[in-house]
Design a binder for this molecule. Structure first.
Ligand SMILES: [Zn+2]
Length: 386
């Protein structure tokens, strides 16, 4: 009998958790599967268990309804625009092969229909303004292909916006801090198109120029709170408050290093222990960050032991909610673009554990639905009325 009460409590929470999780529209604003699939030479509609954090079938099993796939390359690629097109071609082909499972939806009517049919809505987020190669008309081309946000910078900086990396350690040259005149035109065109302005990765000067000039609510597609984990990729309290006033949304990043400030030290030791292997991976021509992802996959036990917990991720959630309320937070996992996620949030099958953490905090079903997808849909609709 003494075990019955805790068991019943666990059972009820878990059943309730399942129900609200699957009843909600679950949106993730950041997944790097296009790059991961190309680099690993696998297909998103294969079973990628043990290979990627996500694949088409596991996404559905995990309760995901709406995914913005990241279109990304680092600043060293020679043809970023051609690469972006290739990544979208790859994902469009996945959708074309699986019309019963995923639809690249470009208007509200199609989005609604796809969700109603229980299929996954796919759209794209271009990660890094360098991918338009200084040609503003490419925003229109991207938009027509289903790109619904652009992260103004990745860790590198296009000529017209400075990244967090540049602003932290400015290098001499022509690059200015913040947005230049062309950068302002780009934000204006994005607002007109309905391509949401994403401030994850940008430097503070760029951030404040965006806040001053964007006529639509903005997003941080995959960022956490600086005051909980002080890394320059996270948002400080003034930035968080400004996003609240702007009506925007911050989507929480699952990367261990943006959750726990002790992670990078532990991770560095892990990487150092395998230097020779990283060097030989790089010699095959793959991108640098990707070599470390492969390394973590290979040495699972070692990489698991240095991960933060879900509760540590929820400290970021609680902090943002405390500052600007529950209407301004969502999920931007960064799955398949990160080499370490918290314990209990290892793959797309684990989104339920995030929902359980919300239930444990006593949030109402209404609030849980907002966090899982409603907040995204609100900001999306203001940017894209059609
Ligand atoms: Zn990123």
């Amino acid at each position: 009998m003494k075990y019955l009460v805790p068991f019943l409590l666990f059972f009820t929470t878990s059943v309730k958790g399942q129900k609200i999780h699957y009843k909600s529209i679950l949106v993730d604003t950041h997944n790097d599967a296009p790059t991961a699939c190309i680099e690993k030479k696998v297909s998103f509609d294969q079973d990628l268990t043990g290979i990627n954090h996500a694949d088409l079938t596991r996404m559905k099993t995990g309760g995901l309804d709406y995914q913005l796939f990241s279109i990304w390359c680092d600043g060293e690629k020679i043809n970023p625009y051609a690469w972006a097109m290739r990544e979208m071609d790859t994902m469009d082909a996945v959708a074309a092969r699986n019309p019963d499972k995923m639809v690249v939806a470009k208007d509200w009517k199609t989005i609604k229909k796809t969700l109603k049919q229980g299929k996954i809505v796919a759209q794209y987020g271009v990660e890094g303004g360098h991918m338009i190669e200084d040609k503003i008309e490419r925003l229109d081309t991207f938009y027509n292909r289903g790109v619904r946000y652009m992260t103004l910078t990745w860790n590198n900086s296009p000529s017209w916006a400075s990244s967090h990396t540049f602003e932290k350690t400015p290098v001499t040259g022509t690059q200015q801090k913040g947005l230049n005149a062309f950068g302002l035109q780009i934000v204006e065109r994005m607002n007109q198109l309905g391509m949401m302005v994403d401030v994850s990765h940008v430097g503070e000067a760029t951030f404040w120029d965006v806040i001053k000039n964007s006529k639509k609510p903005i997003i941080a597609s995959h960022s956490n709170a600086y005051s909980i984990c002080p890394v320059s990729r996270n948002l400080n309290d003034d930035q968080i408050k400004a996003i609240g006033v702007n009506g925007g949304v911050i989507f929480l990043n699952f990367f261990s290093g943006f959750i726990d400030s002790n992670f990078s030290k532990k991770d560095m030791a892990f990487r150092k222990a395998h230097t020779a292997e990283v060097d030989s991976l790089l010699a095959t021509g793959i991108q640098k960050e990707y070599a470390f992802t492969l390394l973590s996959d290979k040495y699972k036990t070692e990489s698991e032991s240095i991960k933060p917990t879900i509760e540590q991720l929820m400290q970021h959630f609680d902090h943002i909610v405390q500052l600007i309320g529950v209407n301004h937070v969502g999920i931007g996992s960064d799955f398949d673009g990160i080499n370490s996620a918290p314990q209990g949030l290892s793959t797309v099958l684990d989104y339920r554990n995030f929902t359980k953490a919300l239930i444990a905090r006593g949030y109402s079903n209404k609030d849980i639905k907002k966090v899982l997808g409603g907040n995204f849909l609100r900001v999306y609709r203001i940017n894209n009325p059609n």
